[in-house]
Ligand binder design. Structure first.
Ligand code: ARG
Length: 463
């Protein structure tokens, strides 16, 4: 039997393997809501413009709603022989309302139809992801507010650099999420044009109203060029690159949680809710969720790479290659959503060990810069000279196996005779973070102010 939807010039049906490689229904059935939404808007427009009779449009709309109800109820059977979601829906419509179903596809093609469905799906998903990003920001900002003054080591090269506060560290991720959300907004705004009515590639001779369908589907306007409309997947690429950057951020935080949760660091504890045990080592508490967030980033990046590679060789306009835009996109966005939820859960769950963090903050001569700055400020030394003197003092302390604050004044004065007792005041980690009041710096007053400002912004957004 040839295909019921397009088999006019075909004598037989496809080879089994042809059907298998061609069919997308196993994954694109996920687009059913968007497909029906698009068809309802298209049918209404065909009625308004007089292309179809009111009776046909009424029958089509009622039929589509009954298909929708059946899919929603889970009793709809999708068929591979019907290739994809578009033909499954249309074929079922035909079973319900008969001949009028065949008029729905007037002035439309699956090419503009799938482009519309996919835009709608990506738009819906971006909105949901933005909410999750906001929730993660909230979790981070709340914890940052609570620990605005909690001293921890700041690292460069993963070597002790200068003391910072835990709140400051968490707010760094709030900033990253804020840029991620900006990219989501951007992608959403650019994707929000409606390809429906571009038909196969050249537009149509029917007197359709593309502005009407665009508006009905919540798009800002119809797309301007019919060829571009059916061959463009930039909106998928932008979404996947946005998702990739966000997944990279989540992976960095996940990596930090993995490190912090080791007995060696001991900076944070995850409760039983976010830890797993080992089947052989009874003492273990593994941060599996963090490891998985880190690991899953690869899948998101992979989807972006696959999509770029799939598109790069395609001549205008639609080619069936483009059907490959779906599985990776669905998987990547579902993965990102899961990672955002897991990260928000872990951030809320993790408890910092403030004592351990503070102690670690003083290791590795982390206040050496404070000492050098003191030499500059009080003794008016050029910074380069102060750097040199401080380096010598670190060498002396290191040879003795003690911290800078444990050197005697006499030992200090061996390196620089003008040093006074007052220097010891700047060698503590608390004093160090307190002093960093420059805009964006780690001083607890700054951190508290920023955390509060984020909390206000996020609350306002929620309305
Ligand atoms: N399932 C197809 C896809 O996802 C729908 C478009 C088919 N168009 C065509 N000319 N065969 O790309």
């Amino acid at each position: 039997m040839s295909n019921r939807m397009w088999g006019g010039r075909f004598a037989t049906g496809p080879d089994a393997i042809m059907e298998e490689i061609n069919a997308s229904i196993d994954f694109d059935k996920r687009l059913w809501r968007q497909d029906i939404r698009g068809s309802l808007a298209h049918a209404a427009m065909l009625g308004e413009t007089g292309i179809l009779t009111r009776d046909d449009v009424a029958a089509i709309s009622a039929g589509l709603k009954s298909v929708e109800g059946e899919i929603e109820a889970g009793s709809f059977t999708f068929s591979r022989a019907l290739e994809d979601v578009h033909m499954n829906v249309e074929s079922s419509l035909k079973d319900r309302i008969g001949a009028a179903a065949g008029r729905l596809h007037t002035a439309r093609s699956r090419n503009d139809q799938v482009a519309t469905d996919m835009r709608l799906w990506v738009r819906d998903t971006l909105d949901a992801i933005d909410e999750q990003m906001a929730d993660l920001q909230l979790a981070l900002a709340e914890k940052a507010d609570l620990h605005a003054g909690a001293v921890m080591p700041g690292f460069t090269h993963l070597q002790s650099a200068q003391p910072v506060t835990f709140g400051h560290h968490l707010l760094a991720y709030v900033e990253m999420m804020s840029r991620d959300r900006g990219r989501v907004r951007d992608a959403r705004q650019r994707l929000n044009e409606c390809p429906l009515g571009a038909a196969a590639l050249a537009g149509t001779s029917f007197p359709i109203d593309r502005h009407m369908t665009a508006k009905a589907l919540g798009f800002d306007r119809p797309t301007a060029n019919s060829l571009d409309s059916v061959s463009d997947r930039d909106f998928v690429l932008e979404t996947l690159s946005t998702a990739s950057i966000c997944a990279m951020h989540l992976s960095r935080l996940a990596e930090e949680i993995v490190l912090w949760a080791t007995p060696q660091f001991g900076f944070v504890k995850l409760s039983d809710k976010f830890s797993t045990g080992s089947s052989i080592m009874p003492q273990k508490r593994n941060p599996d969720a963090a490891e998985l967030v880190r690991g899953k980033a690869g899948r998101v990046f992979g989807a972006l790479q696959a999509m770029l590679t799939m598109m790069k060789g395609l001549p205008l306009t639609y080619s069936k290659d483009m059907q490959e835009d779906k599985e990776g996109t669905f998987d990547a966005l579902q993965t990102l959503s899961l990672c955002l939820a897991a990260m928000a859960g872990m951030v809320r769950d993790m408890e910092p060990d403030l004592k351990v963090m503070k102690k670690a903050a003083g290791l590795g001569y982390a206040t050496a810069t404070d000492l050098a700055d003191w030499l500059v400020r009080v003794l008016k030394m050029p910074f380069r000279d102060a750097h040199h003197v401080t380096g010598r003092l670190v060498g002396i302390a290191s040879a003795k196996g003690v911290g800078l604050e444990k050197l005697t004044l006499a030992e200090m004065q061996e390196a620089e005779p003008k040093i006074t007792e007052a220097v010891f005041a700047v060698l503590g980690v608390t004093q160090s973070v307190k002093s960093r009041v420059s805009y964006g710096g780690t001083a607890p007053v700054n951190v508290r102010r920023q955390a509060k400002s984020w909390l206000r912004r996020l609350a306002k957004e929620r309305g």
